[in-house]
Ligand binder design. Sequence first.
Ligand SMILES: Cc1cc2nc3c(=O)[nH]c(=O)nc-3n(C[C@H](O)[C@H](O)[C@H](O)COP(=O)(O)OP(=O)(O)OC[C@H]3O[C@@H](n4cnc5c(N)ncnc54)[C@H](O)[C@@H]3O)c2cc1C
Ligand code: FES
Length: 283
Amino acid sequence: MASTCCCEEKTQKPNIFLPREATIVRVDKPTDMERHFTLRMADGQPMEFQPGQIVEASLFGFGEIPLGFASSPTRKNTFDLVIRTVGRVSGAINKLEKGQSIFIRGPLGRGFDLDKLRNRDLLIIAGGIGLCPTRSLIQYVMDKRSEFKRFILFYGTKDPKQQLFLEDLSQWRGSKEVEYHETVDKADPSWKGNVGVITTLFKKTKIDPETRVVVCGPPIMFRFVIAELDKLGVRRENVFVDLERRMKCGVGKCGHCQINDKYCCIDGPVFSFAELQGLEEAI
Ligand SMILES: Cc1cc2nc3c(=O)[nH]c(=O)nc-3n(C[C@H](O)[C@H](O)[C@H](O)COP(=O)(O)OP(=O)(O)OC[C@H]3O[C@@H](n4cnc5c(N)ncnc54)[C@H](O)[C@@H]3O)c2cc1C
Ligand code: FES
């Protein structure tokens, strides 16, 4: 049998199918449906990733699900995931407490191309749970603020109770580093802000046509947002969307996430809107 020499072992790529243990160091309960986990890899290695990339998170006996990073790689040692309880795996993970573990494969996929966003005006449009993957980018921009020009953020939810990351929101509301605008579809007596769908926020500010735009939210939102951006003259190659598609393997092997010749798990989940044109079922 051929033996493997030590230099071959050193150059071997990490096994993309092998989950690594991550310990829960903090759990927050932002809404009844979501849990916000802060995790640290049990082997002490930092998680190196780009905003917009994903992980496959698993719990033994339940299964594995794709999730976006909800924190920036600039915040070292730990990383955040926000999980909405929708079914078997998300429900089981969301019952875990501080000190318990989940298993992680990743980072996976193509995140935001930061070189295309740097030194430009940047508008991020996040609807609902779409704030989770964009929070990774928002924190990144805030931590490296001088690398970006004007920074505008639109955030919309169905009602005020659905708002996530309340500490972040109050910081952004008072910050000079980001022009933050928020809306709810339906107000309650506590709400003093804008009421209406997310596109109503376009009236609040002027957007330069050369602005780079990141959109993340429910598919219905994309269509209306793109129509507004078209009116403003923003080119579709400058609009980036974070697509949520059913994924299984996360590494381009099973075909679950395929749209024509694109695999969301390796070609995405971040695509420019121009790349998605012609892919009928993409949005
Ligand atoms: C690229 C990507 C990033 C994601 N990021 C996050 C994240 O940061 N936080 C988060 O909470 N969720 C995220 N999701 C969705 C998450 O993966 C699903 O909610 C999860 O797979 C559901 O698994 P389950 O076993 O809990 O539910 P299941 O028992 O499999 O399904 C329960 C219900 O959820 C619906 N569902 C299943 N998968 C999805 C899906 N991919 N999208 C929408 N609905 C689904 C099913 O139709 C069913 O109605 C992401 C998905 C993708 C593809
Ligand atoms: S999830 Fe298996 S090919 Fe993309």
